[in-house]
Write a protein that binds this ligand. Structure first.
Ligand code: NAD
Length: 388
């Protein structure tokens, strides 16, 4: 079958750049075993850019399609044969790089938080508005886990009845170790004032915001638990970013008012990359956590009936069909592959023509996350509930 090839450049060849490239390397995975058909679009990595030339060797060693490796991202933007860019760089560079990419007419999947702060995010949004033909989406892969995907379907179908409450979070634990050396994600000037919210928060708000559950207000409890960390030489230096954030929000949506608690934590003992969502409703409740990646819990309820949680191992039921057997396990790299398929699908077929309905996080959703995190900083500073 003829495939639409999308020529990609990667800017920022670190942790996430490699994940995208690895997803591209196994694109054949996206094939329906019943029909033998792939999705009809194929990303091809033709150029890479990083200030550190060493990290580009992995790409040039493993991808014959890479014909340009440079330390200057402007070379990618000047290349007329590059259709789209994946940009995964530190937060303090988002505004400048994303604006330049968009103004060069390249489609962009950018990493969150889409600007180091609200002012940076507004610069990016202004560039998007001025270039409406460019597709811009924000990376957020967790809703593509089969359990999360199913909950999103249930939300869209209105299965929950009256919403009682919503809780979503993203928790890590490695920062419990006081000897863990500081890196850029723990430095305000590079990661931003949002701290753990900027780093983890877009993942947490993606499904609630897609459901139309926007906070009306927020009372934030932010903690800086480890106030210093060793640098590379072992000297203790200040570590000023927020480690943990608990955001208690009120939501009004669809004529209902309900509480929503969103949390991002770098110090949640025992948790390693745990993303979760729990939605409780009068007719249906459901929860999913990446801690138990194959398991979905849900509780259908009719008045007077039993209240019994169903625990279902849902296996590998992905948004886009793959060669993987339905009983096998789904993981983060699968979620990344699925997210990439959604981006390419929307690029090639448009929102209405997508092969499945869940599209990547939008700049509007990223902008809402900035409104929330900015209000959360104010709430922490004043001790007050802040209206949004
Ligand atoms: N979606 C996710 O699950 C997820 C996970 C981790 C990080 N992220 C996001 O991805 C982005 C990058 O994070 P990471 O963990 O890959 O970081 P990283 O530090 O591993 O990689 C960033 C790369 O950018 C390069 N870089 C820095 N300045 C540059 C410049 N001027 N020009 C070109 N390259 C430059 C660095 O040399 C480095 O290789 C951040 O926005 C982060 O929030 C997303």
């Amino acid at each position: 079958m003829a495939q639409k090839i999308i020529d990609f450049g990667i800017i920022g060849c670190g942790l996430m750049g490699r994940e995208f490239a690895s997803a591209v390397a196994r694109w054949a995975h996206l094939s329906d075993p019943k029909t033998g058909q792939g999705p009809g679009f194929l990303p091809r990595i033709v150029a890479v850019c990083d200030v550190n030339p060493q990290v580009m060797n992995w790409y040039t060693d493993n991808f014959e399609s890479v014909r340009l490796a440079t330390t200057d991202y402007h070379e990618l933007l000047a290349d007329p044969e590059i259709d789209a860019i994946y940009c995964a760089i530190p937060h303090n560079l988002h505004a400048q790089f994303y604006v330049d990419i968009i103004e060069a007419g390249k489609h962009l999947l950018g990493e969150k938080p889409f600007g180091i702060d609200k002012a940076a995010n507004e610069q990016i949004n202004a560039a998007i508005e001025a270039n409406p033909d460019v597709l811009v989406r924000c990376s957020s892969e967790f809703p593509f886990y089969p359990g999360a995907y199913r909950i999103t379907q249930w939300i869209m179908e209105g299965r929950f009845g009256k919403i009682i409450e919503v809780e979503a979070g993203f928790w890590h634990s490695s920062d419990l170790n006081p000897q863990k050396p500081i890196n850029w994600k723990r430095m305000i000037e590079i990661n931003g004032e949002y701290g753990c919210m900027g780093d983890l928060g877009m993942h947490v708000v993606h499904v609630p915001f897609r459901a139309g559950w926007f906070p009306q207000n927020v009372r934030a409890l932010l903690s800086n638990i480890m106030t210093e960390r060793p640098d590379k030489e072992g000297r203790m230096v200040p570590c000023e970013t927020w480690d943990n954030a608990i955001l208690a929000c009120e939501v009004e949506a669809g004529g209902q008012q309900f509480p929503m608690v969103l949390s991002t934590k770098r110090i949640a003992p025992g948790e390693m990359d745990t993303w979760f969502i729990r939605v409780l409703g009068t007719e249906f409740s459901a929860e999913f956590s990446t801690k138990y990646p194959r398991t979905l819990r849900y509780l259908p309820y009719t008045p007077g009936g039993p209240q019994a949680w169903h625990v279902e191992d849902i296996g590998y039921k992905s948004a886009y069909p793959t060669i993987t057997g339905g009983i096998f396990e789904f993981g983060l790299s699968d979620a990344i592959l699925q997210m990439w398929a959604a981006f390419c699908d929307e690029l090639v077929n448009g929102r209405e023509g997508m092969q499945q309905p869940f599209y990547c996080a939008t700049p509007e959703e990223a902008a809402r996350s900035h409104d929330l995190f900015t209000a959360a900083l104010e709430s922490q500073a004043t001790g007050q509930t802040v209206a949004l």
